[in-house]
Write a protein that binds this ligand. Sequence first.
Ligand SMILES: Cc1cc2nc3c(=O)[nH]c(=O)nc-3n(C[C@H](O)[C@H](O)[C@H](O)COP(=O)(O)OP(=O)(O)OC[C@H]3O[C@@H](n4cnc5c(N)ncnc54)[C@H](O)[C@@H]3O)c2cc1C
Length: 281
Amino acid sequence: MKIHQPYGLEDCLTLLSELPPDATVILAGGTDLMPRYEQGRILPNNLINIKHLTELQGITETENGIEIGGLTTIEALQHSDLIRQEYPALWRSTAQFAGVQIRNRATLAGNIANASPAGDTLPSLYLYHAKLKLVSRHASRTTRLEDFLVGPGQTTQEPGELIQSIILPKVSGSSCFYKLGLRDAMAISVVNYALRYSNAEDGELTDLEITAGAVAPTIVFLDALTTAILGGETNIAAWQALIEQDIAPIDDIRASADYRRKVLGRLISHHLQRLGVGSHE
Ligand SMILES: Cc1cc2nc3c(=O)[nH]c(=O)nc-3n(C[C@H](O)[C@H](O)[C@H](O)COP(=O)(O)OP(=O)(O)OC[C@H]3O[C@@H](n4cnc5c(N)ncnc54)[C@H](O)[C@@H]3O)c2cc1C
């Protein structure tokens, strides 16, 4: 195996265009890749360590929102006042992500490209309608995150492409993220969700969006539930069936599909009740 270490984006994209795609892997923080190789996955012929690409670093405020470099670590997001104030659901997801050593290496683009249905930054990024800037040797394109993630471990990333940055538009209202794991730290989510809402001056809910992870092959919007609630469905007993319309959980080592269905319904119902929505009639 050969390890390549480009020090500029252009050099990296040239390498990516010249090396055979099926024998070449991009390495960022390595927190997903390295455990797999340690567990016996065959190493690729070429590993491109992108850690030194300054073009993929940092969080920039733009006219319409923010742009986060793909190599920005989870810990850097956790320390960003901008993320805490303007994108609190994303900020919360970084607080509940692994432990500090992993957060210092793990990158946002790595969490996206890994395409795990349980990836902790993903529900918030969906909630904020994130877009990805993808670059290759001769082209660049912007795509919605929802169009990029197509299944567990599957993306629409083309050979030779790199996630340069993640673009978040300005958002209104309040938002938050919640994760349920089998323990408080260093745990993969059994379920996770992000929620955004706005209220009118009289307190009435005017806007509501909820995304959920680890309950379908990719992150889902709980549109049946939020549309019904905004349409006046306040009866909590009706909510579970509405949530189940948009999810398709599976049994795995962490939880059964049935548990995931029920616990997601309970958590979201309690959350909405704390916001003053819902009644038992
Ligand atoms: C102990 C432990 C605890 C963990 N806890 C959590 C947790 O709580 N929540 C959670 O969501 N995840 C968790 N993870 C998983 C992992 O840390 C994250 O998914 C992390 O964000 C991956 O980022 P990375 O930079 O380490 O990716 P890498 O391992 O370097 O790469 C992952 C994938 O992304 C690709 N890639 C990386 N950067 C780019 C780019 N810029 N463009 C295109 N492709 C790219 C790589 O080729 C590879 O396919 C944990 C992992 C470990 C080992």
